[in-house]
Write a protein that binds this ligand. Structure first.
Ligand code: ZN
Length: 175
């Protein structure tokens, strides 16, 4: 429990100046907390390394945090989980998106859990409060891409996959 609280404080500090893309510009830290909440309290995942990796999952991709820093602070196992779900930002966005679909099946079980929770939370966020300036087509394209990633993660955790399907069921559409 202490390690988990420490990870929360670490991530809150690293993401302190970031906001989500929704119209309300919610604090970024709400997102990693939501992942951990889905995993622990909706899906019953109690693997502490996975919950901590969920809290830290965007620190390397979206802040100045380095893999070395994570390794020194949280150890090798958690760091590997975070790196598995970290995009290579030197690649163009379309290529990163393609790699997420192509690479989903090669992830470790822990990384699959984090990735499923990440997509569940992003789909819920878009359905509830889409990013500012995203037309319907872009929201739908995100849902369809997330579904392609999710399809590569099947057979990992039935409850989490059910939550994913429920989140996908809210795919935005013309009235
Ligand atoms: Zn995320």
């Amino acid at each position: 429990m202490n390690r988990l609280i420490f990870a929360l404080a670490f991530a809150a500090h690293k993401h302190r100046d970031q906001r989500r893309k929704d119209v309300a510009a919610s604090p970024y830290i709400n997102h990693p907390i939501a992942l951990a909440d889905v995993l622990a309290n909706e899906a019953g995942v109690d693997d502490e390394d996975v919950l901590i990796a969920a809290i830290l999952h965007d620190t390397v991709e979206d802040t100045d945090t380095t893999a070395d820093e994570l390794r020194r602070t949280f150890g090798r196992a958690i760091t590997e989980l975070v790196l598995e779900v970290t995009d290579d930002k030197s690649l163009p966005k379309a290529e990163r998106k393609r790699l997420q679909v192509a690479g989903a099946g090669r992830l470790s079980r822990g990384a699959r859990l984090v990735k499923l929770a990440d997509k569940i939370c992003n789909l819920r966020d878009i359905a509830r409060s889409p990013p500012a300036g995203w037309p319907l087509e872009r929201q739908q394209a995100y849902f369809d891409w997330a579904k392609a990633v999710g399809d590569g993660l099947r057979g990992t955790h039935p409850r989490l996959e059910q939550l994913f399907d429920e989140a996908f069921g809210a795919r935005p559409a013309h009235p």
